[in-house]
Design a protein around this ligand. Structure first.
Ligand code: UD1
Length: 417
């Protein structure tokens, strides 16, 4: 299993390009199931989660052509097996995103239940409830969701909580339904908007994406199309935190600050100097960061996917910060690993009290989930001495060529096989 060896203490400097957004690309790949014609995508990141999704779509009969760069063409003309088996779903919860499109296009779907994951139970009851409201017959047997519907019918759906993939699944199901669907309490995440833009390019009729009420007027069929995936706001935020924690000065290109207000605000509070251009962001860190308290919540509030990275920067900041996690019930697993590096963190339920220390010291730590891994990388870059991060397959799920990008910014980092 690969490990990452970091020799910390080097301020990051230089310029690096941000990749396409994993959480936008995954639902958009699934959108290809809705039309039996080619969907040409660009800015698709090279990540293990993307490879998993392509394998899943491939075994359903979708033809996948890659251009060797960041372009992929998907043609679901030959779709013949609307099944997502457990073996594939268990490694990536986002596989549940095939449920809505398969049901809409094929009239049936058999998708393994994703089960729990390290950061929490993460049920899919809202996905199922919404599809049932649209007339689907759904049973859960032997760990699989079996869904059937001759043609889905438009419905008014109010989700019990804000769910990102739930909103995406229901939006994809609704584009081919008979009549109008209204999703209320919809997720407002930019990735939902990117998916909606792609669906519209394929002939869907959607309004309100980016607000909490999305209206979808069903059409008979979608056609092929082309779409460029949005830049990854979480990868962007992660590199900004890495620069902040190391006292660095970096410029990120092929990205946008448009969806990062809550994150940039916290970096400004921490004392960083942030300059925003149309598709670039520059961050210059102060000699010592100030601790910043935060509370995660659905977009546009502070993203749960940036919580761990900010915990890492608070570890080396001046003062104390309260970090409150409201989305997932078990998302502080990085704390015990950060403590191994010398951090001062006290956890009480969904709240962490982080008191900054003068210096972290390298140690061997274990990555437990994707963003937890990112926080360990940031802490390792800021620490004195060597940090060895084990189980970095989590990182490879969501960060494209991370050691290469960090090395370009001057970090002393290498992959140990
Ligand atoms: C997506 C993101 C993930 C991010 C999360 C929250 C993708 C591929 N993943 O995950 O990176 O951390 O949004 O921003 O886009 N819930 C239910 N029942 C449901 C659905 C959700 O109880 O049917 C709960 C979840 O357990 C969680 C909360 O709702 O507590 C929000 O989860 P959700 O927005 O659905 O997360 P994902 O879409 O899985």
């Amino acid at each position: 299993m690969d490990k990452l060896l970091i020799e910390g203490g080097v301020p990051l400097s230089g310029e690096v390009a941000v990749s396409g957004a994993k959480n936008a690309a995954l639902p958009i790949l699934c959108a290809s199931l809705l039309a039996g014609e080619p969907l040409a995508l660009s800015n698709v990141p090279h990540l293990n989660d993307i490879a998993t999704m392509l394998r899943l779509l491939g075994q359903m009969g979708v033809a996948v052509t890659m251009d060797g760069a960041d372009g992929i063409v998907l043609d679901s003309g030959g779709l013949n097996n609307p099944v997502a088996p457990y073996d594939m779903v268990k490694t990536m919860r986002a596989s549940i995103l095939v449920l809505g499109p398969l049901l809409a296009r094929c009239g049936e779907a058999k998708v393994s239940l994703p089960g729990g994951c390290a950061i929490g139970a993460r049920p899919v009851d809202q996905h199922i409830k919404g599809l049932q409201a649209m007339g689907a017959e759904i049973s859960v047997e032997n760990g699989y969701v079996h869904a059937k519907a001759t043609r889905l019918k438009g419905a008014r759906i109010v989700t019990d909580m804000v769910t990102v993939t739930g909103t995406e699944n229901l939006m994809m199901a609704a584009v081919l339904a008979d009549g109008e669907t209204v999703i209320e309490n919809a997720a407002r995440e930019p990735e939902v908007v990117d998916l909606a833009n792609c669906l519209v390019a394929m002939g869907a009729q959607i309004s309100g994406a980016g607000t909490d009420t999305i209206r979808i007027r069903g059409v008979e069929r979608l056609h092929g199309g082309a779409h460029a995936v949005m830049p990854d706001r979480i990868e962007t935020g992660t590199y900004l935190c890495a620069a902040a924690a190391t006292g660095g000065n970096i410029r990120l290109v092929r990205t946008s600050a448009a969806y990062l207000d809550s994150v940039v605000d916290k970096l400004l509070d921490a004392g960083c100097d942030v300059t925003v251009e149309r598709d670039a962001i520059t961050l210059k860190a102060p000699p010592r960061l100030k601790a910043v308290s935060l509370r995660t919540a659905p977009y546009p509030a502070f993203p749960t996917d940036m919580q761990a990275q900010f915990m890492a920067i608070n570890c080396v900041a001046e003062g104390a910060a309260v970090v409150r996690e409201t989305i997932f019930e078990n998302r502080f697993m990085h704390a015990v690993e950060l403590i191994r590096l010398g951090a001062d963190i006290k956890i009480d339920g969904n709240t962490a009290l982080v008191t900054g220390v003068e210096q972290l010291n390298g140690a061997t730590v274990m990555a437990t989930d994707l963003r937890a891994s990112a926080s360990l990388v940031i802490a390792g870059l800021a620490a004195q001495g060597e940090t060895l991060i084990e189980r970095i397959y989590h990182l490879d799920r969501g960060y494209e060529r991370i050691e290469e990008k960090l090395a370009r910014l001057g970090a002393r980092v290498r992959r140990v096989r």
